[in-house]
Ligand binder design. Structure first.
Ligand code: FES
Length: 221
């Protein structure tokens, strides 16, 4: 069995800030897109979850030293382990109602507005899913084109949380600093996210769009 502190390369007396910093570093290294494996990625996620719990058990372990021995079955995730909660909002709903993208109360307004489930809702992202894949796998039709980091069609705006961005050939550092990410290869590296999707319609991203890829038809939502 291995200690979650060892998984994140931390001393046993690490505080919450140390855990957060170590997790952000380790989860990027462990991601399959940057040379890691899904097993390693999930191991890091589980270690972080154990150490982030209020009143954490200092003696908890995340499994054997061999990541393949970690329980990755559906049962292991039944309590949400390894999954990231995402609250999403469609940019077009923001435009239709005259709201602003940088409004601090944006999601509170969305909650009060009784929007359709496809415009505002919540979904879970599995460890091996990008944000776009998770939306599609839950029956939502979010925009995309190249799925390779070369257009702004799949762009989202981060209101809370963080997405890793292993492939980005289109968004500038300024875009990234202001919260824009690509959902097609964006993998959550925080436990929760609030995102605005469909931001390809933001005027400054308009010229970075490609002709749309084929939308998948939404299943029941
Ligand atoms: S669909 Fe083109 S970068 Fe995501």
């Amino acid at each position: 069995m291995v200690s979650p502190f060892d998984v994140l390369g931390l001393d046993d007396d690490a505080d919450d800030d140390d855990v957060e910093r170590a997790y952000r570093e380790r989860v990027k290294e462990a991601h399959p897109d940057t040379g890691g494996t899904i097993e390693e990625f999930q191991l890091v996620r589980r270690a972080y979850r154990l150490l982030s719990e209020p009143g954490r058990d200092e003696d908890a372990t995340v499994g054997d030293g061999d990541a393949s021995d970690v329980d990755l079955t559906a049962d292991a995730d039944a309590d949400g382990a390894g999954q990231i909660r995402v609250e999403f909002l469609d940019y077009e709903a923001i435009v239709d109602r005259g709201w602003r993208l940088d409004d601090d109360d944006l999601f509170a307004k969305a909650s009060d507005a009784d929007l359709p489930a496809s415009d505002h809702g919540r979904l879970l992202v599995d460890p091996d899913e990008s944000l776009l894949e998770a939306a599609e796998n839950r029956g939502y039709s979010w925009p995309f084109s190249c799925r390779g980091g070369a257009c702004a069609n799949c762009a989202v705006y981060l209101v809370e949380g963080e997405l890793s961005q292993p492939a980005n050939h289109i968004l500038s550092e300024d875009h990234a600093a202001r919260g824009f990410r690509l959902s097609c290869n964006g993998y959550p590296v925080s436990d929760e996210l609030k995102v605005v999707f469909n931001v390809k319609h933001v005027p400054e991203l308009d010229e970075l769009r490609l002709p749309p890829g084929p939308f998948r038809r939404a299943r029941s939502q």
